[in-house]
Design a protein around this ligand. Sequence first.
Ligand SMILES: Nc1ncnc2c1ncn2[C@@H]1O[C@H](COP(=O)(O)OP(=O)(O)O)[C@@H](O)[C@H]1O
Ligand SMILES: [Mg+2]
Length: 412
Amino acid sequence: MPDHLIGLLLGAEEDWPQAFEAILGRVGDIKLSDGSTHTFRSERLTIEPFDLMDPVRTELVIDRLAYWYYHPREWLKKAAMVNGTYLLNSPFTFQSMEKHSAYCAMLRLGLKVPKTILVPYKNPVDNVRWAYTSKKYNKAFDLDKIAEELGYPMYMKPFDGGGWRGVSRINNREELHKAYDESGEMLMHLQATVDYEHFARALSIGAETMVMKFRPDEPMHNRYAVSHGFLSEKAGSEAMAISRIVNAFFAWEFNSCEMLVAGDDVYPIDYANACPDVAVTSLHYYFPWAISALVRWSVFTLATGRKSRVDLHTRKYFDIADDESMSYDAKLTAYLALADEHFDSASYWQWCAENLPHLDEQVHDWVTSPDFERLLRETVAATYPVHEQDQFMAHFKGFTDLWAADNKPVAG
Ligand SMILES: Nc1ncnc2c1ncn2[C@@H]1O[C@H](COP(=O)(O)OP(=O)(O)O)[C@@H](O)[C@H]1O
Ligand SMILES: [Mg+2]
């Protein structure tokens, strides 16, 4: 009777890990058609010295640390390489986990990434040998000419950015030089502006993707809008497809992606997050879905013995990209078929229907329980000043109650 252990490698978060632990605890024993019974537990991992040949007890790790810290990163590499541990996400995919690589891949696949130019560092990097190299080989360039060609307004943002760090919208020459001077030791893209109607943010967990309406100018608690049909059918399925394709292309399992949408056209702009936001204070309505998806994907992976796949198969994608007889839509369909093959999408949903039919009801029961209310209250208390806590508690409870009303399990 396989007893599967899931490791959580955590930073400062308490909300989603507690939710994950609660929902995983409600999965119960899963008896498969081959007669085997599977059980699931999770454990929060600690940072300790390790022998590179030590056994690893966790078969799967959900990681929230390794993008920033080397010790857990190197432990994950060892676990993946020596012990076959399945990772969300694998550090072996980090090298390409920035906007720049994702832009390059998407452009190569013919997707509508706005025109983007990478300019050299404003300030020399902090390395004694760089001064010589820079003096000898850094070629002078005309920033204004590049900007004229891109056209104002444009965006300047770090090639590996996240969370609006160093992002500016630039309307004229003066702002351009000011922003570039201030970029200092950050490596910057200049990007053409997309005039968009809708901002879509897609959160992907394994084979599951949720495309959500996002309002980047709102404060965090209000950025995700609960809106189910805000995109045209075509743009909605394209947003989902692009997210899954890019994740499969780079072997990312847990990622969020941002797209600007005008009519039926989808323009991807922000496509690599090693540690996507899953806080209840930002996802609210979508939080129960996100945590259920993390549980479903983890349980499916372990019970079916899914193996980690981080080898890139770029050639398969490029062969489609290079086929001149195929339209944009036909290429997307063909890329999506590769992505669905990578994520085992069809067998995933069938497996969940057969083996986790009780999970929706369990999640609903938990989200409407006093334990969930306690978690929400503690999270609000840890996030907001005392005089705002009642207001935010009502705000988030309103959204999760709405989710519960919309997702009542069918009786019987
Ligand atoms: N090409 C663009 N056209 C229009 N708006 C953009 C563009 N690029 C970025 N923005 C705006 O700037 C914000 C931050 O840019 P983004 O690429 O998402 O960087 P970050 O990784 O810091 O979130 C976006 O949410 C969007 O509102
Ligand atoms: Mg962004």
